[in-house]
Design a protein. Structure first.
Length: 219
C-alpha cells in the first residue's frame, strides 16, 4: 500500500514527498532516500551504548515496503547509506540486497560512506559522486561552488520547529526547498535533526506521522 504522500510540482517535474522520508519520481520510476546511516546502531553498541538491534531491520523493512508499493526501477541513496566500517548490521543489508537484486541501486557517496570499493561491488551497489534526475543534480552535501542547476542533497538531517500556545513547540523532520537547493530528511531512525531557518518565500514540508504538512517561511 502506497504512503499518502504530497504531490509537488517543482521545476516542471512531478515529485511525491512521502511520509516515509523518501521522494518518488513517477516519470523516471525512481525512489530517492538520504542518510540511512546503516550500521550506526552497531557502531554505538561496540562502545557499550545500549542501542536496540532491531533498528536496522526496521529500516530495511520500511525500504522493502516502499519498493513493494512503488516498484521502482532505481533506488538512489543520497549519501551516508552506511555509517562507518563493516559491522553486524551490514550483514542484514547484504541479505536484504539479495532479495531486491532486480532493482538498480545507486549510492551518491557521502562523508560516512568509507567502506572499501570491493564491498559496494559485492552487493551490486553503484557508487558516484554526483548524478542527475530530470531538472535536478544530486549531491550528498551542498557543493561549495554555486550550481547552474537546482541541487537535491541530504547530509544535515533537516527539521522544522512548530510553535504552539503557552510557549510549547515540537520539532519535526522535513523536506526543505530553498531558492537553489532542497534538502531531504534523514531516512534513518537513529539520527538527529538540524532546525532549518528558511527565508521568506521558501517552504518546508513537515513530516507529522503519516501526513506531509507544507509550512511556508515568513521571515
Amino acid at each position: 500500500m502506497k504512503d499518502e504522500g504530497f504531490q509537488f510540482f517543482f521545476k516542471e517535474e512531478e515529485l511525491w514527498l512521502l511520509p516515509a522520508k523518501a521522494i518518488w519520481f513517477p516519470k523516471y520510476e525512481i525512489l530517492l532516500v538520504s542518510d540511512t546511516h546503516m550500521g550506526k546502531g552497531a557502531h554505538f553498541r561496540k562502545s557499550g551504548i545500549a542501542i536496540p538491534t532491531a533498528i536496522a531491520q526496521e529500516e530495511l523493512s520500511c525500504l522493502t515496503d516502499l519498493i513493494d508499493a512503488y516498484q521502482p526501477k532505481e533506488l538512489i541513496f543520497l549519501g551516508d547509506l552506511f555509517h562507518s566500517d563493516i559491522n553486524n548490521d551490514l550483514a542484514w543489508f547484504q541479505l536484504w540486497r539479495e532479495f531486491h537484486h532486480k532493482v538498480r541501486m545507486i549510492l551518491v557517496k557521502g562523508n560516512h560512506d568509507i567502506l572499501p570499493p570491493h564491498f559496494y561491488k559485492q552487493i551490486k551497489l553503484e557508487v558516484v559522486d554526483v548524478m542527475s534526475i530530470g531538472a535536478f543534480d544530486l549531491y550528498h552535501d551542498l557543493p561549495k561552488k554555486n550550481q547552474e542547476r537546482f541541487v537535491l542533497s541530504g547530509h544535515i538531517h533537516p527539521g522544522v520547529k512548530i510553535e504552539g500556545k503557552a510557549r510549547q513547540w515540537i520539532s519535526l523532520p522535513c523536506f526543505y526547498f530553498g531558492e537553489s537547493n532542497a534538502i531531504l530528511p534523514a531516512f534513518g531512525k537513529f539520527t538527529g535533526k538540524a532546525i532549518i531557518k528558511g527565508k521568506e518565500g521558501e517552504i518546508s514540508f513537515a513530516i507529522a506521522g503519516k501526513k506531509i504538512v507544507p509550512i511556508k517561511f515568513n521571515k
